[in-house]
Design a protein around this ligand. Structure first.
Ligand code: C5P
Length: 224
């Protein structure tokens, strides 16, 4: 059954535009969407709320396995994320939560605990999944695998604009340092390191508009 449901996997480093591109591709195709990074972010956030330390592997795996979450949209169509029934949309997207997510994501028991949950998003007519290991692990049989990159400067700039736009105060220099540290941790970790799947198509979004990148992925998707 799940074999018949096509998956488009979009992996890449933070700030490469995966989330935006995945959302647009899913909307254009009428597919479901999985933002797998949000699950790691929610695990880190839930741990923080419960006072669980980010190196307590057993407690973190328990939290990941029991996440009570809902993804939806608010009255104006913007993203809405609920954790235990409470709106955590903004908290999920902070740099602090991102850094926590990157720490909990390095723990194999946490990754194992989230695997089944991620696969439940695969429903007809199809799924666009964005993350770090969608094409290499979670949906290794994806019909299309895209590895989306962008230069480190451009990624820091994009994140800066995004956070400023939300009224969150950050410095560009601090953001660049955070992005580089997170990249290093994500690609050098022994557990599920960030790397393109062997059969992934590489796409560098530096200097390209969101529309252009979305159209490239849609062109590839039409060929699957
Ligand atoms: O993509 P996003 O910035 O929301 O991801 C937050 C963190 O979650 C990443 O830095 C990465 O460590 C982790 N992650 C992961 N595997 C995924 C998605 C995210 O390890 N599939």
């Amino acid at each position: 059954m799940s074999q018949a449901v096509p998956v488009i996997a979009i992996d890449g480093p933070s700030g490469s535009g995966k989330g935006t591109i995945a959302r647009r591709v899913a909307a254009a195709l009428g597919y479901h969407l999985l933002d797998s990074g949000a699950l790691y972010r929610l695990t880190a956030l839930a741990a923080q709320k419960e006072g669980v330390c980010l190196d307590d592997t057993r407690a973190l795996a328990r939290i990941a396995a029991g996440l009570d979450i809902q993804f939806g949209s608010d009255a104006s169509g913007d993203e809405l994320i609920l954790l235990n029934g409470a709106d955590v949309t903004e908290q999920v997207r902070t740099e602090q939560t991102g850094a926590g997510a990157s720490r909990v994501a390095a723990l194999q028991p946490v990754r194992d605990a989230l695997l089944g949950l991620q696969r439940t998003f695969r429903k007809p007519p199809g799924l666009v999944a964005d993350g770090r290991d969608m094409g290499t692990h979670v949906f290794a049989d994806a019909a299309l695998k895209v590895f989306l990159t962008a230069s480190a400067e451009e990624r820091a700039q994009r994140r800066y604009k995004q956070l400023k736009g939300k009224g969150i105060d950050v410095s560009l220099a601090a953001l660049s340092r955070d992005i580089e540290a997170r990249d290093r941790r994500d690609s050098e970790r022994s557990v599920a390191p960030l790397r393109p799947a062997e059969d992934a198509r590489m796409l560098d979004s530096s200097g390209q508009s969101i529309e252009a990148v979305t159209n490239t992925v849609l062109d590839w998707a039409r060929g699957i």
